[in-house]
Design a protein around this ligand. Structure first.
Ligand code: ADP
Ligand code: MG
Length: 316
C-alpha cells in the first residue's frame, strides 16, 4: 500500500524567537506549500500532521495574562485550539497552491484525539517543559496553588512547568479518516490530522474519553497515524536536511541510505539529540518495526527529492 504521511516540525511553521505575528506565520507557510503541492501532484495518498510547540506556548501565555477576566482553559483545550489555528493556516495556504499546481485535491482538518494510558508511567514523572519562564517566587506559588511540577533551567535562568508526555496508543479519528481516503481513492483529499500529536485523552471506566493535562510527542504520534492509515512512508520534515552522526562536531556526516539495524546502533550510541532528533529516529524505527516501509528525515526544500530517494536520510 503506497501513501505518505508528512510530519511538519514546529520549525517549518514558526521559528522560535522570531516574529510571532499571524502575518509572518502565513508568510512562512507560503514558502512551504508549493513543495507540498508538488508532492500532492503525484496522486498518492497524502496526509499531513504538524507540531504545535510555539502555538501552545503562546496560548498558555495569553490564558495566563488574561486569567483575571477570562478563566484559563486546560491544556487539552489549548491543544484543540492549536489544531484549529494551524489546520486553518494550512487549509488557507495549501488550497491556492494546489489550484496553481492544477492538483484537484481538497485540504481538510480533522480535530484529533490520541488515546494514552492512564497507567502510563509518564503521569508519575512529568518531563516535558511547557509555557514561559518563572522566577523563584512565582514558581513557589504555582507549585502550591496548582500542584505543578517545575524544573529549573540554569542556562536560561528560570523555572518552567513540566507536564507528562505519555506514549500515544490510539488515534481515535483514524478509522473515519481511513474511510474518507477510501471515498476518494486517496487522491481527492489532503487531510491535516493529529496536530501537536493529538489531544491526549484517557478512556474512563464508563467508556467515555476525557482530556488530560499532558502533551504527546508529535513524532511518535506521526508514526502511529501512518501505521493506523496503512501508509507506506513516514516523512518527518524539520529544519535540517537529515540526520547526522557527530552532529555539529568535527567529522559530521549526514546519513543518506541507512539500514534499520545501522540506525538502531547509532541510536544506542547516542548520536541523536535528546528531545529533538532522537524522538524522530525512535518514531521512525517504531514505524518500520510495525510494518511501515520507508522512513525519511529531511527539510522542506529537499522533501520532493528525498521522496524520490535522492536526498535526506532514508531508511527501509
Ligand atoms: P522539530 O520542530 O522539527 O521537531 P527539533 O528541533 O525537535 O525540530 O529537531 C530538529 C533538530 O534536531 C535540528 O535542528 C538539530 O539541531 C537537532 N539534532 C540533534 N541531533 C541531531 C543529529 N544527529 N542530526 C541532525 N540534527 C540533529
Ligand atoms: Mg521536535
Amino acid at each position: 500500500m503506497p501513501g505518505v504521511l508528512v510530519a511538519l516540525g514546529g520549525n517549518a511553521l514558526e521559528r522560535a524567537g522570531a516574529d510571532a505575528s499571524w502575518a509572518s506565520a502565513r508568510r512562512r507557510l507560503r514558502a512551504v506549500v508549493p513543495v507540498l503541492a508538488e508532492v500532492a501532484r503525484g496522486g498518492e495518498e497524502l496526509v499531513l500532521t504538524h507540531g504545535n510547540g510555539p502555538q501552545v506556548g503562546a496560548l498558555l501565555l495569553q490564558n495566563e495574562l488574561a486569567a483575571a477576566e477570562v478563566p484559563s482553559r486546560p491544556l487539552d483545550v489549548l491543544g484543540a485550539e492549536t489544531q484549529g489555528q494551524v489546520g486553518y493556516l494550512i487549509q488557507s495556504e495549501l488550497t491556492p497552491a494546489l489550484r496553481r499546481a492544477r492538483v484537484p485535491r481538497s485540504v481538510l482538518t480533522v480535530i484529533s484525539r490520541t488515546e494514552v494510558s492512564a497507567r502510563d508511567p509518564a503521569f508519575r514523572r512529568p518531563t516535558k517543559p511547557v509555557g514561559r519562564f518563572y522566577s523563584d517566587a512565582e514558581a513557589r506559588v504555582h507549585r502550591k496553588r496548582f500542584g505543578w511540577s517545575m524544573t529549573f533551567d540554569g542556562a536560561r535562568g528560570g523555572w518552567r512547568r513540566l507536564v507528562p508526555s505519555p506514549r500515544p496508543v490510539r488515534w481515535l479519528e483514524g478509522p473515519a479518516v481511513r474511510r474518507l481516503l477510501d471515498s476518494g481513492l486517496g487522491s481527492r483529499w489532503v487531510p491535516v490530522v493529529s496536530g501537536g500529536g493529538g489531544i491526549p485523552v484517557v478512556r474512563r471506566a464508563n467508556g467515555v474519553y476525557e482530556g488530560v493535562e499532558a502533551v504527546i510527542d508529535k513524532d511518535l504520534a506521526a508514526a502511529l497515524v501512518a501505521r493506523q492509515l496503512g501508509l507506506a512512508t513516514l516523512a518527518i520534515v524539520t529544519d535540517v536536511p537529515g540526520a547526522a552522526v557527530s552532529f555539529g562536531r568535527t567529522g559530521e556526516r549526514w546519513l543518506r541510505d541507512v539500514s534499520r539495524s545501522e540506525l538502531e546502533a547509532l541510536l544506542r550510541r547516542g548520536e541523536f539529540g535528546e528531545g529533538s532528533m532522537r524522538p524522530k529516529i525512535e518514531a521512525g524505527l517504531e514505524f518500520l518495526r510495525d510494518g511501515g516501509r520507508r522512513f525519511i528525515v529531511t527539510d522542506i526544500p529537499s522533501l520532493p527529492r528525498a521522496l524520490r530517494g535522492e536526498a535526506g536520510t532514508r531508511v527501509r
